[in-house]
Ligand binder design. Structure first.
Ligand SMILES: [Fe+2]
Ligand SMILES: [Fe+2]
Length: 181
């Protein structure tokens, strides 16, 4: 299926959820991922599709969980399962989705050395690092209702990304957002 059709379906799927911040976050992450992938000479379209789909699993959350803080153990269970649900949602929207794109969606909260979830992967591919880096960067620099302090400085966000992403990914992201890493 044509990538444009997939991206359009994903966009509509997000819009139906009436969760504007999630739609905007997905759009911003996809934009960052596309530009970082281009700098690193990695095919951008599969990355963009994975970025659009990465948080689809949050759509089925109860509305009160969207901005809830602090979280209960049950809430954490839902949060930790969302990458798996996101990959299932993408496979429903796009039955021919390539396994590597589904793996990018499922793995966007994985961290080197098994520090992430849902699978505790020890090794993180460059593609996965790019999605994770752009996701964390956008989460930190965006306003979130549960964090009254508001958006943090881009430089702080890049430092947080450098904690888990390879230097060349951090440098590419820094170039995209116009900051020196
Ligand atoms: Fe996520
Ligand atoms: Fe996200």
């Amino acid at each position: 299926m044509d990538a444009v059709i997939i991206l359009d379906r994903l966009q509509r799927h997000l819009e139906i959820a009436s969760w504007a911040e999630l739609t905007h976050h997905s759009n911003r992450v996809a934009s960052l991922v596309t530009r970082v992938a281009q700098i690193l000479n990695i095919p951008a379209v599969p990355m963009a599709i994975a970025a659009y789909a990465h948080d689809l699993g949050k759509i089925s959350w109860p509305v009160e969980l969207r901005d809830k803080h602090p979280l209960s153990p049950i809430d954490w269970g839902l949060i930790h399962s969302h990458p798996v649900v996101s990959a299932k949602e993408l496979a429903q929207i796009w039955p021919q989705a390539p396994p590597d794109i589904l793996a990018l969606v499922r793995g966007h909260h994985e961290r080197p050395g098994g520090r992430g979830y849902p699978d505790g992967l020890k090794e993180i591919s460059t593609e996965l690092s790019i999605i994770a880096a752009c996701d964390v960067y956008d989460a930190i620099t965006s306003e979130r209702a549960y964090r009254p302090g508001g958006a943090q400085d881009a430089r702080q966000a890049l430092l947080a990304v450098a904690d888990f992403a390879p230097a060349r990914v951090v440098a590419a992201l820094a170039a995209v957002v116009g900051k020196i890493a």
